[in-house]
Every structure is written in C-alpha cells, then in structure tokens.
Design a protein. Structure first.
Length: 200
C-alpha cells in the first residue's frame, strides 16, 4: 500500500502568510519556512508581529477564506485519489486548514493546533510532535505494509521526503533545489503526477 504525503502551502495553495502580508500591507509577514528553517522561531516571530499590529486570529482566518487553491491543484488531488491514498501533512493549524480543505474536497489533513487568548490574539501553538512531518511519515510506515511517497517545497519538508520510498520537491526555491540536487524537482502538476505514478 502506498500513501502519498503532500505539503500544503506552496504546493497546493499559496503561502498563507505571504498572502496575509499582501492583504494587510505588512511585508514582515512574508517570512516563511522557505526562509527560516526553525519553525518555532518563525512562529514566535509571527505571533509577536500579530500582537504588535493588533491583528487578531479572526483577521488571519478572514484572509485565508479568500485564498483559492492553485490552478490545477484540485484536479491533481482528484487524479491521485483515483490511483492511491493521499494525505496532506502541513505545519499549518486546525483553524487555518479548514477553509482550504473545503475548497479541495476535504482531503485528510494532519495539522498542528493554535492557541488563542481571551482577546482573540494568537498566543501560542501545539505541535503534534517535535518533527511533525517526519513523525507522521514514520507513523504511517509503521502501520505495516505501507510505503510513503512525499512532496513539498520547503526546508521543513525535506525530512519526510528523504524518509519516503520516493520524494520530490515541487515549486521549491532555487536555493533549496541547489542544496538538495539529489531530490528530483518539478514545477508542473502533470510532471509531479507522472513521477509519483512511476514511483508507485
């Protein structure tokens, strides 16, 4: 049995925080895991920035509601689901993912949990585990007879990519592609789909 494990932001939908930066006009929010490999450092930076600008979690979710999947993403997911099992493994949060899952036909999403204070500000978060993507892939593999194929675009996807039977970078920044020349990299859904089918 094969399970395809996909990152969400940058692969299936635009980066939430980059979109948020554009909507609120604060470029500091553009920083993502493509820029900062340390997720905890990145999230505390975002939390502090939200409070500094008095932006509640509702404001972030309102922007997420406006995000649409990339052209071709839903068709790509549907084609995959006709051939194999598929899950999305993301460092996003429960309340962030729900509007996006609705637009993609409710695929399974492994996510983290956001913490909100009494004033509606994001004040923290809880990870599923220390290495959420790697641990999820290992958990799936431990089910018995399960192989994983993984694809993502950022530093935080490399562990699950390298731990899988096959792994791919998709629409990844040049610096990540150059630093990982052994990982096949693709820009189009048709090419990624073909590589996944070949690996299966």
């Amino acid at each position: 049995m094969t399970i395809v494990c996909l990152d969400m932001e940058g692969v299936l939908v635009p980066e939430i925080w980059i979109t948020f930066a554009e909507k609120v006009g604060i470029p500091e929010f553009r920083r993502t895991t493509r820029d900062e490999p340390n997720f905890d450092k990145l999230m505390h930076y975002r939390i502090d920035l939200l409070r500094k600008h008095r932006l509640t979690l509702d404001k972030v979710i309102g922007v997420i509601d406006s995000i649409e999947p990339y052209p071709g993403a839903v068709d790509f997911l549907n084609r995959l689901r006709e051939k194999t099992q598929m899950v999305i493994i993301s460092d996003t949060f429960d309340v962030f993912g729900r509007p996006l899952m609705r637009k993609m036909g409710w695929p399974t999403l492994f996510h983290n949990t956001v913490e909100i204070d009494a004033d509606g500000f994001m004040c923290g978060y809880k990870l599923r585990s220390a290495h959420t993507k790697l641990d999820t892939v290992h958990g799936l593999q431990a089910c018995g007879g399960v192989e994983t194929i993984a694809a993502g675009d950022s530093y935080n996807d490399l562990e699950m990519i390298r731990a899988s039977k096959a792994g791919f970078l998709f629409r990844s920044p040049e610096k990540i592609r150059l630093a990982n020349p052994d990982v096949p990299a693709f820009e189009e859904y048709d090419d990624l789909y073909a590589a996944i089918m070949a690996a299966i």
